[in-house]
Design a protein around this ligand. Structure first.
Ligand code: SF4
Length: 227
């Protein structure tokens, strides 16, 4: 007997779906391997998973190959496949990358609905997608955490100068880019890794590495402005 997988990592549907296997069979394979169901039961559940992933005509789609589906449908198939193993924790790596605005909205809603009863870590450059799909956001820069807070706090009242600059650079906030470029991770800047690009940098920022500072029970920030 197989067992439910504790962790599932979301992958790129363009490269992860097997092009020579029907999508229903690919989902059924996950159900058989992880949960030990027989072939017929697994196939029937695969159709149910496609239905839950809001794919129209799920029985018909289960018998199709990946190239017969749109990009948005392939995303849905991947989500159904990840959840077929009943993981308790999901890592969603850039789930909205390359999608048009409408498909992106649909996929975020689907991820939110289908992961309501389990934990998920989403890795993304899309701050708005993170805000819609996640309860909390952790902002990273040059390989380290700079700010952690409830999603709505990050989006509406960020504390760290990098997070503030990131939000100002979004199209919805006027497309004002952060000056300078990302640092080398081989030789990161001394002190605060963001200091060469920070308009609020002080002398100490160049010399010392700022610690993570608590801003109450739900948020923390790595910046000398809060010491
Ligand atoms: S520690 Fe200094 S350089 Fe770094 S973000 Fe805060 S103010 Fe800017």
């Amino acid at each position: 007997m197989g067992s439910a997988s504790p962790v599932s990592r979301r992958r790129n549907p363009a490269t992860s779906l097997n092009p020579v296997l029907k999508v229903g069979d690919q989902i059924a394979e996950v159900i058989r391997l992880h949960r030990g169901q027989d072939k017929d039961a697994a196939k029937s559940e695969a159709v149910q998973m496609l239905d839950a992933a809001m794919i129209p005509e799920p029985s018909k789609r289960a018998d199709q190959y990946p190239h017969e589906l749109s990009g948005g449908m392939k995303e849905r198939v991947m989500i159904a496949m990840e959840l077929a193993g009943q993981p308790s924790f999901i890592i969603a790596d850039e789930p909205t990358k390359g999608l048009d605005a409408i498909t992106k909205e649909e996929i975020i809603k689907l991820i939110r609905d289908m992961t309501a009863d389990r934990s998920m870590l989403m890795i993304t450059h899309d701050l708005n997608a993170a805000g819609e799909a996640c309860d909390r956001i952790a902002v990273m820069y040059a390989g380290e955490l700079l700010e952690v807070a409830p999603a709505q706090t990050i989006l509406s009242d960020p504390s760290h100068p990098y997070t503030q600059g990131f939000i100002r650079s979004l199209p919805s906030h006027g497309l004002h880019p952060i000056t300078g470029s990302s640092p080398s991770l081989i030789e990161p800047p001394t002190g605060c890794r963001f200091h060469p690009r920070c308009h609020r940098a002080k002398d100490i920022c160049k010399r010392e590495h700022p610690p993570m500072i608590s801003l109450g029970k739900t948020a923390s920030v790595r910046c000398f402005l809060f010491t």
